[in-house]
Write a protein that binds this ligand. Structure first.
Ligand code: FPP
Length: 251
């Protein structure tokens, strides 16, 4: 089905049937975007939330099943108190102001990461995150997964620990542990495989994001800084995906 006007995509149409089911995004470049404008980094994060809004709306419009975004890594606490404070403020504002609209759009929110283990003083954020998941848990629209206080290695170690405990308790045998059982202990349990990873701002790293889940994902990077990543840039990325030849190790 053609969804672009000729002016938007130079006559190219995007075939919805070929779109990824699950898109993951590393939203990078907020700081540089702000610095280029002589503004503090928090200004870039604020603009980043606007970009995120547009990408969520467009994902929903395109019928993408799951969107997973990297909002705050387990390592991001190392940033200055000012920047962490600004990000946590934006987070609270986002979940307070946007929740009703997301719910109306049938978006189902899941937080990936250890929200029980956030520093003291962030209780309001924690409550808002739990409330967002609870309110939207039965929604059947876009599955919006927000990685927060998230680390891929930490997630894998956590899963290994849970399974080791089950073996110790005599519930399962070591040989029962296969890929399905392992994946069932990850934050992404039950979600479709990640098909497509987008990273903005020209960096070519995984930064501890979805290390298990990205095994066969197609990777796309663009020099566009996250606050400038609009639906047209997203369409371009998705078009590139539809032209990939995925082989999953075969020929
Ligand atoms: C990376 O850019 C971006 C982040 C660490 C934060 C991303 C967060 C948002 C877009 C908004 C918060 C999310 C929600 C759900 C409200 P960077 O700061 O590392 O940029 P740089 O590489 O240019 O310094």
């Amino acid at each position: 089905m053609a969804i672009f006007g000729k002016d938007e995509m130079e006559g190219v149409t995007l075939d919805r049937a070929l779109l990824p089911r699950h898109v993951a995004i590393i939203m990078d470049g907020n700081g540089r975007w702000a610095q280029k404008r002589g503004m503090p980094r928090s200004f870039g994060h604020k603009a980043g939330v606007e970009a995120l809004r547009e990408i969520i709306r467009h994902s929903d419009h395109l019928g993408i099943e799951a969107l997973t975004i990297y909002a705050f890594s387990a390592e991001n606490w190392k940033r200055s108190a000012e920047e962490v404070g600004a990000l946590m403020g934006l987070l609270l504002e986002y979940f307070t102001k946007e929740l009703d609209e997301l719910h109306r759009e049938h978006v189902c929110i899941r937080i990936l990461g250890d929200i029980g283990d956030m520093p003291k003083g962030l209780e309001r954020q924690q409550q808002a995150l739990y409330a967002a998941m609870e309110k939207t848990k039965d929604n059947m629209g876009l599955k919006l997964n927000i990685a927060l206080n998230y680390g891929g290695r930490q997630e894998i170690v956590h899963a290994a620990r849970v399974l080791a405990q089950r073996v110790k308790d005599g519930e399962i045998n070591p040989e029962d542990i296969d890929m399905d059982r392992f994946a069932a202990e990850l934050y992404t349990a039950g979600l479709p495989e990640v098909d497509f990873l987008i990273r903005t701002s020209g960096e070519m790293r995984l930064s501890n994001f979805l290390l298990y889940q990205l095994a066969y994902a197609e990777f796309y990077q663009t020099d566009v800084l996250w606050p400038d990543f609009d639906r047209h840039a997203y369409d371009e990325a998705l078009l590139a995906y539809t032209r990939r030849n995925r082989r999953f190790g075969g020929v």
